[in-house]
Design a protein around this ligand. Structure first.
Ligand code: FES
Length: 151
């Protein structure tokens, strides 16, 4: 019998049997993000048809909550219009999983952020305008390169 560790049944289901795991050679969009809090990493690959996410795969190099949230976001986004999928927030993902322990809420950042990055990548490839990432307020990197954590 599994030890009670404070995770919902849905979190455990998606952790033990994650959906849409894998990569995609011919992805239309690819998003890769790291979690600055723990250093874990997630990648999402999407296939797009008629502005909808036709197929989706993910790889997560992270904790059980990251795997569960990745699996859940992939299920939520599949079949969704791109503009709708862009509105999925980390809280939406956590809510769909019937919550995460407060100390693990940061783990849901990866899933939503990687999905958004994959959609932006698709739009970039299509030549649609994607605004530059805003630099954090007060950031003073004089070189303005993407070579440090803050950049
Ligand atoms: Fe890194 Fe959960 S501890 S994503």
């Amino acid at each position: 019998m599994a030890q009670q560790i404070g995770y919902s049944k849905k979190v455990m289901e998606h952790f033990m049997n994650p959906k849409n795991v894998g990569t995609m050679d011919d992805a239309d969009g690819h998003g890769k993000v790291g979690n600055p809090i723990c250093g874990d990493l997630m990648e999402i690959f999407i296939k797009v048809k008629d502005d909808k996410i036709e197929d989706i795969r993910f790889q997560t190099f992270g904790c059980g909550s990251a795997i569960a949230t990745s699996s859940m976001v992939s299920e939520m986004a599949k079949g969704m219009r791109l503009d709708e999928a862009m509105k999925i927030t980390r809280n939406d993902v956590a809510d769909e999983l019937d919550g995460l322990p407060p100390v693990k809420m940061h783990c849901s950042n990866l899933a939503a952020d990687a999905l958004h990055e994959a959609i932006k990548d698709f739009k970039r490839k299509k030549g649609e305008i994607v605004e530059e990432e805003e630099k954090p307020a007060g950031h003073t990197c004089e070189h303005n390169h993407n070579h440090c954590d803050t950049c």
